[in-house]
Every structure is written in structure tokens, then in C-alpha cells.
Design a protein around this ligand. Structure first.
Ligand code: MBD
Ligand code: FE
Length: 286
């Protein structure tokens, strides 16, 4: 929903979305990492030194220090740590993690993945509401190894927002698995997915992350994207996103997650009602 002044109406509140994303993270990812005291000390010290030097360089005042404190408290109160970190920090972690992979490019996961989506064969229509709005999208492709061998029985776990920018399980009144599914490639590694084109996504503007964006006069937009996790036995899982040419925010994604290799090349569908895209995934050996 975009109003005439270009701001989206908020149907999902930042705090409700944040609470869901925080709970999701606690269930799936909150594991202890086995880091040595030396590594913890080095990383923590360097981050703190960067903060100290920013304070000195810009002569930060007590009023500004207290504004920072209130803001950090509010990020937690709104449950927005997953959102804030995935939007502003995850891209650097992904860059490091993906640097040595030969196969398809990955990019950030973001805060809205939910494991356990419904499973399908090689040809699937994603779960959607009877009157699901949006341009019909057909997505074909093949999963291969780096040497070109087709990967039969690989899993394409796809999730995306609806035509208004809302994700099932992170906005109210959307069926649990809407626009989410796990597709299994056929004997030649191929798959076909029928869905609708997702809308550009505006991160919640009514929470702490939105307050920072407003105070800094940034914008809150991510270009329209499909999220995917592609995996096959004996191969490395890739987490990625795919984008649509012409989106106004492909060049200034607030989450810095767009890469040229992740741009789709849609063609009009044969019946003229939607678009077709083709994209192959190449997985590195495990
Ligand atoms: C999203 O949909 C998203 O993909 C990311 C990375 C951050 C916030 C919302
Ligand atoms: Fe997203």
C-alpha cells in the first residue's frame, strides 16, 4: 500500500513484526559460538575503539550520548535487533562467508525466513490466498554442481512478501505458509514455481529502526526480491535473493544486498498475464 506522498501505510506494527522476528531467531539461531577469549577480546575491543574514535572525531555531546542510549533501549523494546542487524550488518558477514565459493552468488537471509514450509515436487504453485493480488510469476530453473552435473532431488526453499510488501508470519492476517514453500528438483535438477511477483519492501517505519532512518534522512526501501535457500546432499547450501530489473531501489537497497549476478531477466508470459523468469543455481561441494 503506497499513499500519494510515497509512504506506505503500516498494517504490521514494528513492535509486532519485531517480536515475531526475535522469537524466530531464538528458536532457530540462538546458539553459543565457541570463540576463544582472545578472539572475543580483539573483536569487542576493535568495535569499542571505533565507537570511541567516532565520539572524539565528532565531539559527541552528553545529549547525543543519551539519545543513543534511549535509541538502543528502544531497538530492544521493539524487538528490532534482528531487523536492524540484518539490514545494516549482515551483508558484511555474508561477504566474508561467501568469498571462497565458486558457484552461485549468495546474499543476506534477512529476518523473515521460517523453516518447515510445505513441501512440493518439481512443479509447484506456492500456497496463496484465493484472490492473491500481484503479477503472476513463473520461475523455472535447474540446480547444478560446479562441474555442470545436474543435481536431482535438491531443495529450493523459497519465501517472499505479497503484493503489499507483507511476509506471512511477520504481519497479521496472512495464512501461515502464504508465499512460502520447499520445491524438490526432478531427475535432471529442474524445477518450476508458480507464484506472484513480490512488491518492493519498506522496513517498518514506526519502530526504532525507522526512527534512525528518519533522523538520518535515509530511505527505508528494499527493492522487490525473492528469497531462496538452495541445497543438495553433499553440497553447500546457498542463501540468496533474486531481484527484478527496473526497481527504483536496485542501486540503493537499504540492506546493501543486491549484486549484479542476482538480477533476473523476466520475459512476458505466453498468455500475456504475467512474467516468466529462468535462473539456475550452481552449488559448491560440501
Ligand atoms: C526484508 O524483507 C529483508 O529481506 C531484509 C534483508 C531485511 C528486512 C526485510
Ligand atoms: Fe525480504
Amino acid at each position: 500500500m503506497t499513499t500519494m506522498d510515497g509512504t506506505a501505510e503500516q498494517r504490521a506494527t514494528a513492535a509486532a513484526t519485531g517480536a515475531s522476528a526475535t522469537e524466530r531467531f531464538r528458536l532457530d539461531k540462538a546458539v553459543a559460538v565457541d570463540a576463544s577469549p582472545e578472539r572475543v577480546s580483539r573483536l569487542a575491543r576493535e568495535v569499542l575503539e571505533a565507537v570511541h574514535s567516532t565520539i572524539r572525531r565528532h565531539q559527541v555531546t552528553y545529549a547525543e550520548y543519551d539519545a543513543l542510549k534511549s535509541w538502543l533501549i528502544q531497538v530492544g523494546a521493539d524487538g528490532e535487533w534482528p531487523l536492524f542487524l540484518d539490514v545494516f550488518v549482515e551483508h558484511a558477514v555474508e561477504e566474508v562467508a561467501g568469498a571462497t565459493r565458486e558457484g552461485s552468488k549468495g546474499t543476506i537471509e534477512g529476518p523473515f525466513y521460517a523453516p518447515g514450509a510445505p513441501e512440493f515436487g518439481a512443479e509447484a504453485t506456492l500456497p496463496m490466498r484465493p484472490e492473491e493480488k500481484g503479477t503472476p510469476l513463473t520461475f523455472h530453473g535447474q540446480v547444478k554442481a560446479v562441474d555442470g552435473t545436474p543435481l536431482a532431488g535438491s531443495t529450493i526453499d523459497i519465501w517472499h512478501c505479497d503484493d503489499e510488501g507483507y511476509y506471512a508470519q511477520f504481519a497479521p492476517d496472512i495464512p501461515q505458509w502464504n508465499l512460502r514453500g520447499r520445491i524438490t528438483s526432478d531427475a535432471t535438477g529442474h524445477f518450476s514455481i508458480y507464484t506472484i511477483q513480490p512488491a518492493p519492501y519498506q522496513i517498518p517505519t514506526d519502530g526504532a529502526t525507522g526512527a534512525l532512518i528518519r533522523a538520518a534522512d535515509w530511505h527505508a526501501w528494499r527493492p522487490a526480491h525473492l528469497h531462496l535457500k538452495v541445497s543438495a546432499p553433499g553440497h553447500q547450501l546457498i542463501t540468496t535473493q533474486l531481484y527484478f530489473p527496473g526497481d527504483p531501489h536496485n542501486d540503493d537497497d537499504i540492506a546493501a544486498a543486491v549484486k549484479p549476478e542476482l538480477m533476473l531477466a523476466p520475459t512476458p508470459s505466453a498468455d500475456g498475464t504475467g512474467i516468466d523468469v529462468e535462473y539456475d543455481f550452481v552449488l559448491d561441494p560440501a
